[in-house]
Design a protein around this ligand. Sequence first.
Ligand code: MG
Length: 455
Amino acid sequence: MGKLFGTDGVRGIVNVDLTPELAMKIGLAAGTFFGEGTRILIGRDVRRGGEMLQKAVIGGLLSAGVKVYDAGLLPTPTLQWAIKHFKFDGGIMITASHNPPKYNGIKVIASDGVEISREDEVKIEEIIFEEKWFRASRFGLAEEVPKFYGIIDAYVNSIVSHVDVEKIRSKNFRVLIDPANSVGALTSPLVAKKLGCKVYTLNGNLDGDFPGREPEPTTETLKETADVARALHVDLAVGHDGDADRAIFVDEKGRIHWGDRSATILCKYFAEKGHKGKVITAVSSSIMIEEVLKPYGLEVIWMKVGSVDISRRMLREENVLCGFEENGGFMYPPHIPVRDGSMTLALMLQVMADENRKLSELFDQLPHYYTLKTKIPMARTTALKVVKEVAEYFKNYRLITIDGVKVLMKDAWVLVRPSGTEPILRIMAEAKDENKLKEIVNTVKNIAEEVLKSK
Ligand code: MG
């Protein structure tokens, strides 16, 4: 049985791995899965090949007798919110998120607005590989694919309804938005404008070749954004990925902060406001979140890496406050329990306004950790051996073993896990003491070397 879906939908180099033929089959299988007569909303980001893939997917969906509505260009979370809000039976997003420009991808979304579960992905794969499609009769074929208007306005209104508009407006914030030449340009500037901000954009024109920067917002790709933020004296800058479900923040001093740090600021704010509930995150996030939330008695649930699993867990658990990933994906259930870059921006402005603090001050209030991320090329089976050896070596510490092994020490942690997509071992570590950080990472590297030697 073949596998098409990765951690986040189907991805591939456009017109090489991800062809219109394959896209049509995915549309046909998804249409068979959702069923004849269902209403499906489809949208895309700006990537080259998006139009081609969207038309192919639509062809497949129509063949299965589905009623397709075209949402046009929009961020993934905007489509997800619209599917739930306007009560569609499901949706499809054509996007490769943060991947380099040559990639594109297809995400299948359920009626609750969250990407379909792993089990449902397998069902769609089975339909494709066993060619068990449903073909509608001539009378079951839709006559047209109507455009569905008004989504972005409704979505932006939903976001601002979750924050204190007057309080934020009173601050007259200056905000720089870098949507990486993609669909975040359609929502975040509108959100910030509604919140009374003076809005600047960098890479704000839509361009499927991503001329401004790589679509993944990182400390490397946002260097220019940080320089511009400083030059313009803005209060906050934000960088989105290609489909605007991530938000990485830059403070007024031009410092770029990882998503688990910004999420910790938001969680701490909710806790101080007296909100109760669980916080769900992946093992790749800093343990800082536990340290910060402990005094408020909020529970942190650790999960394996993958935002869909976190979102689905949020729907299953009672009383969830929020969820996040260290890459800038923050999920706020009162709006929709999926990663949403524009919602995250509005929440951060809310904290700055309500706490009357500069963004740099909010980050400086967090505990300080030195961070190190590295990777070692090796086969997955070897990487799993290293994980086992590391777990054995650190067996007297608290271990989280749901995805590789995460060792929690006093004022330090290390995560060792095989990558889900590449033949590499990932090592992430943090410590309050720089020497301790080096010592921990060297210990893990030595264990990995021993395993590689003994092969
Ligand atoms: Mg994304």
